[in-house]
Structure formats: C-alpha cells, structure tokens
Design a protein around this ligand. Structure first.
Ligand code: PEP
Length: 257
C-alpha cells in the first residue's frame, strides 16, 4: 500500500507575512490528520522562515523546494544547491516542472541529471512530467511521458525511482481550471507505472505518482479514488490553508478505504 503524498507548489508567491499565516493555518487545519504525507515547497528565500515556523508548530508537514542546481558549491551565480536545501530542512525537491522546462529551456537530460544529483545527496525528487495541449490532442501523451521518464532510466537505471515521486502534470491543466478527468489521469498513471514495471515490478509498485493540474477540494476525491493516483501536486489551491488541507484530507480518506 502506497502512502499518499500531497504537495503544495507555491511557485513565485510569498512574503514573510504570507508564509507565517499560511503555515500557521495549515498546521491548525492538519492537526490530527493521519494517513497522508503533506509537503510544501515555498520559494527558496522563505525556506528559513518556513523551517522555523514548522518547528515552532511541531507540525509533521514536510518541507520541500522548487528547484536545485547541479552543483553543491562553486562559481554558479544565483543557484541553490542540494546541500543548502538540506541545511534548511528541505527534503522533497520539485524538478522538471513545465514552467522551468519552458521558461528556462530545461531539457529531459538536464532534468534527469538533477534527478540523479538529488538522489546522490539523499533528497527526494518530485519529478514533473506531462504533455502540452497539442501533444495531448495528437494522442502523444504516453509517448511524451515515456520519453521524459526514459531520460532518467537510460542514464541512471530504474533504481533511481526508488523512493522518488513522479508528478504527472498535463501542461494544459496547470493553472487553467481545465483539469484532466480522473479516468484519463488514471489511464496515464497506469501507463507510467507499467513503463517502470517493464524494468522493475517492485519499484513500480512503490513509486508515488501524483496528479497535478487544477486540483481543488471539489475534484480531489475523484482523483484519489483511482488506484494509480497516489496524491497530488497542487499549485493555486495550496496557497489557501483550508483548501489545501481539504485536499490532503481527501487523500487520507480515499486511501484509507
Ligand atoms: C503546478 O504548478 O504544479 C500545478 C499543478 O498548479 P495548479 O494546481 O494551479 O494547476
């Protein structure tokens, strides 16, 4: 049985005040909630504050981050290393988000290298994959996802996926309110798991595959009722403590059945 993971991707949103209020609210809303791992990925600049807030509230919320560099130190202006992320208590690191692939030209191989570097540093990659609207319309979803996953497998072996998280995020569903149907998402999640199972059944069975793309309290239950959807990567709705906690609670409830 896979324990669901619900993660909030705050993207480029935050202020000291917002981080303080959101973490306080979330800690309150999630008190006593069991059966789900809840993680947040604030902007890097606020990791220090977030770590202190989580410590003060004795919360079980896992701290994450939104990106990593491929080096631990050196002449890499503007970057943040896995060692630094660890230093601030961040363990779950989002990589390969479509916004970074698009706006920063991150290739499949570059993202795969980040995946491997996080693993080498004892961190958990939250590896985003997914197709564009045009690729979806052309029936290329499985091919695109397989290409992105195979970039990791071909360079680092299927073992790289041990204790890693995959987030299937159709790009057309991110921030648009146009979520994939739970049935379509389940079909893609099953194909992702089958692709990994071709190399290792046991790794396929344990790997967490989150759905991401306009997940809200209203549609969360439908996703989590699907056998291969093990949680969610949540953007917009993770900025509201009540909404995000409701999504986490829906995961705990659906997977406890
Ligand atoms: C995301 O950016 O990872 C995401 C899924 O965003 P949203 O939930 O807002 O669609």
């Amino acid at each position: 049985m896979r324990r669901p993971v619900v993660m909030g991707n705050w993207k480029l949103n935050g202020s000291k005040n917002m981080v303080t209020e959101l973490i306080s609210g979330l800690s309150r809303e999630l008190q006593g909630v069991e059966g789900v791992d809840v993680a947040i990925a604030p902007p890097t600049l606020y990791l220090d504050l977030a770590e202190r807030m989580l410590g003060e509230s004795s919360s079980n919320i896992i701290l994450g981050a939104q990106n990593t560099d491929l080096n631990n130190s050196g002449a890499f202006t503007g970057d943040t290393s896995p060692e630094m992320l660890k230093d601030f208590g961040a363990s779950h690191i989002i990589i390969g988000h479509s916004e970074r692939r698009e706006y920063h030209n991150e290739s499949d191989q570059f993202v795969a290298n980040k995946f491997n570097f996080l693993k080498q540093n004892g961190l958990t990659p939250v590896f985003c994959i997914g197709e564009s609207e045009a690729q979806n319309a052309a029936g290329e979803t499985e091919t695109v996802c397989a290409r992105q996953i195979n970039a990791v497998i071909d360079s680092f072996g299927v073992e790289a996926f041990e204790n890693a998280i995959i987030a299937y995020e159709p790009i057309w569903a991110i921030g648009t309110g146009k979520a994939a149907t739970a049935e379509d998402a389940q079909r893609i999640h099953a194909s992702i798991r089958a692709l990994i199972a071709e190399q290792s059944q046991s790794i396929a069975e344990q790997v967490i595959i989150q759905y991401g793309g306009s997940v809200k309290p209203e549609n969360a239950q439908a996703y989590f009722s699907q056998p291969d959807i093990d949680g969610a990567l949540v953007g917009g709705a993770s900025l509201d403590a009540k909404s995000f906690a409701e999504i986490a609670k829906a995961a705990a409830k659906a997977k406890a059945l």
